[in-house]
Design a protein around this ligand. Structure first.
Ligand code: PLP
Length: 236
């Protein structure tokens, strides 16, 4: 197979990221590009790795663990999909960042398991800004209680917020949600709560990452734009 497309897509995506950073308010900030590799085989991931990509995102625990075994050890693995509490034990200690922390029950399970392993787990809180019934995440008004609680969980470190904006043909439609997430982060930061940082904003996917960066994203999660369309029939 001709895998040259991964290199080209990666380079193009990086350029678009860099240009969007220039348009953003704080144009000296760093944006981490996460290559979302779900459903894609390890040899394609290795292709991206060889072109310097180190941050990869998966949304299933099993798939992440399998690829982690097969691929170089210096890859930073991001868990970006909904995490069931019964999978917490398997994944704890294996991730650079868990983006999709979306319930109190999950917070409790992550804290308990991190404590048992004697580690501190870095997390983001997922926010359902558009209040879509089909999506996970806290509603914006729930966050202030949640962060108060997290200021006391010694084995979890809150690094910021994550959102999955609605699917849309026009990325401009999502600008308001990205702006809202950024404002929430600013407001929480201003409270100077122990153990809570709002430095990381994981928002933007293939269809809308440029708008997300303009509105303050520090991590973007790009799958299709790097690896091409996904074929879910091939999923293990
Ligand atoms: C699949 C997925 C992505 C990447 O989506 P693309 O549109 O292919 O870039 C980003 N974030 C999450 C949470 C995902 O599940």
């Amino acid at each position: 197979m001709d895998d040259q497309f991964v290199k080209e897509n990666l380079e193009q995506t990086k350029q678009l990221v860099a240009r969007a950073v220039m348009r953003a308010e704080e144009h000296n900030k760093e944006v981490t590009l996460i290559a979302v590799s779900k459903t894609k085989p390890s040899d394609l991931i290795l292709e991206a790795y060889q072109y310097g990509q180190r941050d990869f995102g998966e949304n299933r625990v099993q798939e992440l663990l399998k690829k982690q075994q097969e691929l170089p050890k210096d890859i930073r693995w991001h868990l970006i999909g909904h995490l069931q509490t019964n999978k917490v034990r398997q994944v704890i200690g294996k991730t650079t960042l868990i983006h999709s922390v979306d319930s109190l029950r999950l917070i409790e399970a992550l804290q308990a398991e991190s404590e048992r392993c004697g580690i501190v787990t870095d997390i983001l809180l997922e926010v359902n800004a558009a209040r879509e019934a089909s999506k996970f995440g806290f509603f914006p008004e729930e966050l202030s209680d949640i962060v108060q609680l997290l200021s006391k969980t010694r084995n979890l470190r809150v690094c910021g917020l994550m959102t999955v904006a609605p699917f849309t043909e026009n990325s401009e439609d999502n600008r308001k949600y990205f702006r809202q997430i950024r404002q929430i982060a600013v407001d929480i930061s201003a409270k100077n709560i122990d153990n809570i940082s709002m430095d990381t904003l994981s928002m933007g996917m293939t269809g809308d990452f440029e708008v997300a960066i303009e509105e303050g994203a520090t991590m973007v999660r790009v799958g299709t734009g790097i690896f091409g369309e996904r074929d879910y029939r091939l999923e293990q």
